[in-house]
Design a protein around this ligand. Structure first.
Ligand code: NDP
Length: 478
């Protein structure tokens, strides 16, 4: 058998942005891969452009050809848009596959859909199913993404040799981890994306203070981000924030950032995270604020009408009101608080869905390849190793970091508020922190109100009895 006639070790459907890069990555790591795309011209173009890797790529014209090209038991990766395209692809594949074959959905599927598909895969003589979150964008897919898998452990083990070979590496360890049953991998990926929204929003907020509050140019802001990328904030997102601040628009010669419209897009994974957190009763205000801010950003006309009606906020800060060091502290503090919430959501979900999510391994899998990769995640992995379900703000290392960052965060949020800087993510992080360090909150007022109008009952500070009522008389229902 010649090299080109050998059966492929794995298959891939969907040669879009991600699928094409993943297929090249797989081929580069020495695996023969059969590929199929709904539009055949895309397959031809992909194969023609594969260069040195073409010898390990088997382009196919039909799904039946794809299946026939792969050695059984087969492993087939789906890289198509989340939603109906995944269900359609599974439905078309099912009649062609055996009960030992394995379908791996590597798109950004909603974990509820993954749970449903995983359950369907256990009924009758159907192929096995893995749901896998892949992060790192096009570049990550090509040279090493971060991979979060969910499904049967035995199915993960079958796919792992390929997935670990193509994944990003941190200190030599592959960033490809089995998270647990069914939708666990896609859930962890969704939370990753929620944190990504929050990280980006917090960076945008301090950018706003530098631009409108301190009057710095994009180039000066680039310099600040570059310096921050050598300290505790060292991360991919700070690195690219420096790069986009530094870039020049070829059309006008202005800073690129200054000609980009302030209307942010989204594909919905941040929203899913927020919805799920609300369902689970897990507080993630920084992520929720980031999703909200993207939604508000898209209402450009309404914002412009608002500015015409109320006038623009002054924004310009008094000399010395906020320093660059305080902005850095604000971002460090906000980041720790945001991740504490994200890991808190994961711990809550793990218990609610009976998953046993590997908390320190989640921090580790995010250290390389993915969009939120950062130096701080290494310390977070160590903290979660010490106590997997303890709130990160209670870990001694992070508690100390928050103590150091708090004054800066408070100054930035406070001074920003006085001058009309919208900082939904940083300010909600600070509010959450203040709630979390308050032994006696104001919820006694809520309880009194609830009892007054609805006879819901309350507990007293000086009694263990429950269901007590207040002396509201004929005005209340208590
Ligand atoms: P693209 O839009 O670039 O590609 C989509 C691919 O899916 C195309 O090959 C398309 O084929 C195929 N496709 C669409 N509908 C169907 C269908 N009904 N049946 C079969 N094939 C279909 O998407 P991406 O590569 O960007 O994204 C793929 C998945 O990866 C998504 O779930 C996305 O959320 C996720 N993802 C994307 C990231 C990114 O940075 N882009 C990062 C991480 C995850 P055709 O050529 O015929 O249109």
């Amino acid at each position: 058998m010649t090299e080109t006639q050998k059966p492929a070790e794995i298959g891939l459907i969907g040669l879009g942005t991600m699928g094409a890069m993943l297929a090249l990555n797989i081929a580069e790591k020495g695996f023969r891969i059969a590929v199929w795309n709904r539009t055949p011209a895309v397959t031809h173009k992909f194969a023609a452009a594969a260069g040195d890797l073409a010898g390990r790529i088997v382009p196919t014209e039909t799904l039946a050809d794809l299946v026939a090209a792969i050695v059984p038991p087969r492993r087939i990766i789906l890289m198509v848009p989340a939603g109906p395209a995944v269900d359609e692809s599974i439905a078309h594949l099912k009649p062609l596959l055996g009960a030992d074959d394995l379908i791996i959905d590597a798109g950004n599927s909603d974990f509820h859909d993954t749970n449903r598909r995983a359950k369907a895969a256990t009924v009758g003589e159907t192929p096995h199913f893995l749901g896998m979150g892949v992060s790192g964008g096009e570049e990550g897919a090509r040279h090493g993404p971060s991979i979060m898998g969910g499904g049967e452990a035995a199915d993960w083990s079958r796919a792992a040799p390929v997935l670990e070979a193509i994944a990003a590496r941190y200190d030599g360890a592959p960033c490809a981890t089995y998270m647990g049953a069914a939708g666990a991998g896609h859930f962890v990926k969704a939370v990753h994306n929620g944190i990504e929204y929050a990280d980006m929003q917090m960076i945008a907020e301090v950018y706003g203070v530098m631009r409108d509050g301190l009057g710095l140019s994009a180039g000066e802001i680039a310099g600040v981000f570059e310096r921050w990328n050598e300290g505790p904030l060292k991360s991919y997102l700070i690195e690219i924030s420096a790069a986009v601040s530094r870039a020049t628009d070829p059309k006008t010669g202005s800073a690129m950032l200054d000609v980009i419209l302030d209307r942010a897009g989204q594909k919905g994974t941040g929203r899913w995270t927020a919805i799920e957190a609300l369902q689970l009763g897990a507080p993630i205000p920084v992520i929720e604020a980031a999703v909200m801010a993207r939604n508000v950003s898209s209402r450009l006309d309404e914002r412009r009408e608002g500015e015409a009606l109320f006038g623009a906020a002054p924004k310009r800060l008094a000399d010395g009101a906020v320093s660059i060091e305080q902005l850095e502290q604000a971002l460090v503090g906000g980041k720790v608080l945001c991740y504490a919430q994200g890991f808190g959501l994961l711990a809550t979900a793990s218990s609610a869905f009976d998953w046993s999510l590997p908390m320190p391994a989640i921090a580790r899998v995010w250290r390389a390849g993915c969009i939120i990769r950062s130096a701080m995640l290494n310390d977070m992995a160590a903290a979660l190793e010490r106590a997997p379900t303890r709130n990160l703000i209670q870990d001694p290392v992070f508690a100390e970091l928050i103590r150091q960052a708090e004054p800066g965060l408070r100054t930035v949020v406070g001074q920003g508020a006085l001058c009309g800087h919208a900082m939904p993510a940083l300010s909600s992080g600070l509010s959450w922190f203040d709630l979390m360090r308050t032994g006696r909150s104001t919820a006694n007022m809520i309880q009194a109100q609830r009892d007054f109008f609805g006879a819901h009952g309350f507990e007293r500070v000086d009694d263990t009895a429950t269901g007590l009522h207040g002396p509201w008389g004929s005005h209340g229902h208590g």
